[in-house]
Structure formats: C-alpha cells, structure tokens
Design a protein around this ligand. Structure first.
Ligand code: GUN
Length: 284
C-alpha cells in the first residue's frame, strides 16, 4: 500500500496563517518582528535558502534584512555585524547562514548571538537547554520534522526512532526531540556498522545524511514513518536522502522532497522569530 504523504506545503501554509495573525497582533502593540540574516559568500544553495526566508518574511509581514557579505569577509567583520544586530532592539532574530567560508570560525560567531535572538537554536545555551528538556529555541529543521509527526497524529512515545546523521543542525537535535517525546532513539552515522539492521527496526526513520536516495526500500520496515531531511540536487532536480518512489510503497507515512521538511524549516524559522518578538514585547 502506498504511504500517506506528510505534506509540508499544506502544513506550513496552515502554520503561516496562524503566524500572520500573531504578527498582526504584535503590530497592534507597535512591534514589527524583525529578522536579520547574515549571508557570507556566494554558495548557490545558501542563496536559494536565504531567498526563501526573505519571501516568507514578506508573506507574514515580518521585517527582514539580509546582510550579504563577500567571501573574503574577516571574522572581525562578521562578529561586528552580529554585535550590531544584537544591540538593535528592532531585530528579534539573527541567523547566520551556514556553511560559512572555511576561513571563518562558525562556532565562535554563533556563540556571540544573544540566545534570545538565536532563532536557529544553535547557541550553546539553547542546545544545553534542549538537552535538559527545558524551554528553549529549537533548531528549525528538527522542530519542523517533529511538528509534522505531531500534526499527523503519529504516536512517538515508546516507538523505535532511528536518526541517520549526527550533525549539530539536524541529527543531534532531532534525536534529543524524539527522546523528549519518549521514543527509544538510535543515532546512526558514517561509522555505524550494519546500518540497515538499525534502520529496519525503525518505526520512525529520519534521514539526514546529505546523500541522494541513500535510504532504499530494503532498509525500511513495512509501515514505518519516513522523514526525509535531505535536499540534494541531481541533474538539476531536487531529491531527498530517501529513494522516495520505492520507499513510499513500503512506508505508512513519508515526506516528499521538495514540499516536505524544507517547507517546515522555513515555517519554523518564522515561528521562532515571531516567538522571539513576542517575548521581547512582553519584557518591554
Ligand atoms: N544551512 C543549512 N541549514 C541551515 C539552517 O537551518 N540554519 C542556518 N543558519 N544555516 C543552514
């Protein structure tokens, strides 16, 4: 039986509608949520992602500013841009698009963003709070993936969840979120032995590897929920980390690429930005 689609287009549109109402309510209080995006260099994928973020801000009435800095930008200039946005009360969210050029120290740059303006959820304090199960800003992609599971009414507690990939952006926070929801979580990575043995046990399988169509049907349990976080370009076409056409015949639920988790990542960035503006407004 073909899997049910977890449709990021529909789910993100619904969420955006609710967020738009929150933005309007903030504007009535004299506050326009503001997002500053810092983009260093001219990586084409990053340019596309940043463009999509700008469009979402426009749709919702969020003020967005993108600082486009050249590839040769020095660490001190990047850090000065972050400090300036930190000090600006009209900026509620700051995002440094990754990856940064190799000569820059991303960890140090990210550590300078005020935790309450860290709409990516990458700051040490937010990661620490997530690890402890405390209220925090959660990274947009894993937050979006979890939202899709919850919106579809998929039971997580007690389920075997397998995450392939251990990145700080997706794999690790995804595993922590699933653990928080009481799943039994396994994190697999490039050094995992017998990967398919793990993935075939998964009731919920999250693929965040960055390799096109890496997850094949023989790696998936009948009736599993498959969340594809990958965005790969093959022959000019986007595809995920999951061999969608084959796996959809075996899974109970599956996210498409494009139109799946990617849409939710942007919606969650908007959610985190609106929440940061609300918190700032409540404090004022
Ligand atoms: N590059 C790829 N994904 C992301 C993300 O979620 N946030 C940032 N800042 N950069 C990214």
């Amino acid at each position: 039986m073909a899997a049910q689609l977890l449709d990021g287009k529909i789910m993100s549109a619904e969420l955006e509608k609710a967020l738009k109402a929150k933005v309007e309510a903030l504007k009535e209080r004299g506050i326009t949520p503001g997002l500053t995006v810092i983009l260093v260099g001219d990586d084409p994928a990053s340019q596309t992602y940043v463009g999509n973020k700008e469009k979402a801000c426009i749709r919702l009435g969020i003020h967005s500013e993108t600082l486009r800095m050249p590839e040769s930008t020095e660490q001190s200039a990047l850090e000065a841009a972050i400090e300036k946005a930190n000090a600006d009360p009209s900026v509620h969210g700051i995002l440094v698009q990754l990856p940064l050029p190799k000569h820059l120290n991303s960890d140090h740059a990210l550590s300078l963003i005020l935790p309450e303006k860290d709409v990516d959820g990458f700051h040490d304090i937010n990661i620490g709070r997530l690890t402890r199960g405390e209220d925090c800003v959660v990274a947009c992609t894993p937050k979006g993936a979890l939202y899709m599971l919850q919106k579809a009414g998929i039971e997580i507690a007690g389920k075997e969840a397998v995450v392939i990939g251990r990145s700080n952006i997706v794999g690790k926070p995804m595993a922590l979120l699933l653990l928080q929801e009481n799943a039994t979580v396994t994190v697999c990575h490039s050094r995992t032995k017998d990967l398919a043995e793990h993935t075939r046990r998964a009731d919920i399988l999250v693929a965040a590897i960055g390799r096109p169509k890496f997850v094949t049907a023989d790696m998936v349990k009948e009736g599993a929920v498959v969340i594809d976080v990958g965005i790969n370009r093959v022959d000019g076409k986007l595809c995920g980390d999951v061999d969608f056409d084959a796996v959809k015949e075996k899974a109970a639920y599956i996210t498409p690429v494009p139109g799946g988790v990617g849409k939710m990542t942007i919606a969650m960035l908007m959610d985190n930005t609106v929440a940061a503006a609300e918190k700032a407004a409540d404090k004022a």
